[in-house]
Design a protein around this ligand. Sequence first.
Ligand code: GAL
Ligand code: ZN
Length: 677
Amino acid sequence: MVQKRHACQSYPHFLHGADYNPEQWLHDKSIWDVDMALMQQANCNEMSVGIFSWAKLEPREGEYDFSFLDEIIEKIHSNGGKVILATPSGARPRWLAEKYPEVLRVGHDGVREHFRGRHNHCYTSPVYREKVGAINRKLAERYGNHPAVVAWHISNEYSGECRCPLCQEAFRNFLREKYDNDIQKLNLAWWTTFWSKTFDSFDQIEAPGKHTENGLHGLNLDWRRFVTHQTKDFILAECAPIRELSPKLPVTINMMFEFYDLNYHQLADAIDIASWDSYPEWHNGDDAVIAQKTAFWHDLYRSLKKRPFLLMESTPSLVNWKSYNKPKKPGMDVLSAMQAVAHGSDSVQYFQWRKSRGSSEKLHGAVVGHDGTGDTRVFRSVQKTGQILKQIDEICGTLTQAKAAIVFDWENMWALDDAQGYANVGKQYMNTCYEYHRVFWEKGIDCDIISPKADLSGYALVVAPMLYMTDEETIENLKQYVAAGGTLYGTYMLGTVNETDLCWLGGMPGGALKEVFGILAEEIDTLYPHEQQHAGMGDREFTLVDYCEVIHAKGARVLAEYADGWYAGMPAATENRYGKGLAVYQACRDREGLKDALLDRLIRDAGIQPNLPCALPHGVTAHSRTDGVHTYIFVENYSDQTVEEVALPGSMTDLLTGENVTSVQLPPYGFGIFRKE
Ligand code: GAL
Ligand code: ZN
């Protein structure tokens, strides 16, 4: 049976469009008509509107003027297009900030911002919530059932934090609830006896900051959790009128690349579909590496809701905010769009449709430039992407069935980075997660990126790199997974601290993880940058950098041993049968090689099939989507070299040519999309 879960159920087709700011051209609406003609020419079928329109929609408090939005939505609709409608809270109008300064953020120094910029409102302010709620209600009433509107784009790129008195009190209330209003419970959880930091009352607690207490790890961690919590609370408040008046349309928030400050796993259940804004720095070094890191985030956003996501923004050419702003080379424009689809996106959308004439984004790439025509290289590549999306429309809504997963946890990252110890110049958690993901990417194996609390039962192999912070729920989740037959791969630092950043007592890894892995970790040797160690496995030797943990096998079988240093002969990697499953431990950081060798065998033993039947040349990868009946395979070449021949798993239909083929030749930055019957 064919099974699909389209991102936008009311329009089960790929969306191809852009952020569109027609309000910037209200003084010359002839531009709008040019836009409509160009949208058709560009094979665009969707525009995201209203993102920064608040000042036009509510020019004075309580005085709404929807005329421009009415008109543009009708125009897009009669032009055959769809609309993703934004709530305007990402940037407020001047009157709002002037009349109600509490909507402006307060920084570390206690100073309140003036009206400026965007994405900088207080999430706690009741006034801001009220004003956002009011305009969102109007928007939902007016457009919530409009046939052109297919989804809600809530605000824009939520980020940041505020230290105003309202937020400080909300933080204290968050802590009161978390610690059952018992200050001694908090004192113990944060280990405040250290350096005489004991609190007598919740009233004494302040947000950690540049000039306030920032040495209590539990405090720092709970503040970060609060920021996510408060942002989520704001999102839920924003969505309330929309859910009430426009219940059929999905809501999304546009998330970001390597975004550090919000735990997106926590935000997932506030939204219906995930979407994100992808701006890789193509051509700055090896494009294969850049593609793989981008793939990590595509995988994460697909995994967030376990269904197709939307690529909400990408540039058709270049951005304007990096140190060096280089356009994508011919080929990379379409390839990078197809990469998103290969990983589970139901859209390719750009920032922006038309270049603004003034202000900071006037030099940012756009589908339509200041020339105002469709006669450009960039426009033609957008046209081509749109053409391809039409050709492969049957793939829209299909799912990815990854058998492998990598655990990536924001809270773990925050705790690790805050830890004073190991290498204080940087723990390299993100990069380490990328390194494990690379192994799957290079083999053309689909891989989910999940939270440590995710349901693991569908995976044959789960890799949890540097999972330093493991609370009891995580320990139980990992343990049950292995007991039931899963293969779990852990590394150095696993299970060091609990939920409030207190070290586990009784030896590492904490709690039941010792039995699951059959090891005991005793010490960790942090290497100087100029140092290297080695580990031997069979007749192979691997170079180690940064971390060598000294562990004892307590029931585990030793797979690799340290070859030098004072711990020569001790285990560098182990495996342990536990219940029906297997727990593998890598005690050291390898430069490359040891993890590849270990995972090679585990992938085979776990029965995980790569998407292609052969080893892939450097820069080539393959990903798949399925509707339960057909399998679609995307083969992508991120190198600037032609790849002569890559074998497909049997005879497949090339969706771009209609031919039956058994292998593919890929030009530089080329790709192919195939269907297995
Ligand atoms: C995004 C943002 C857009 C635009 C774009 C430029 O982060 O959501 O509004 O500024 O960057 O690349
Ligand atoms: Zn605030």
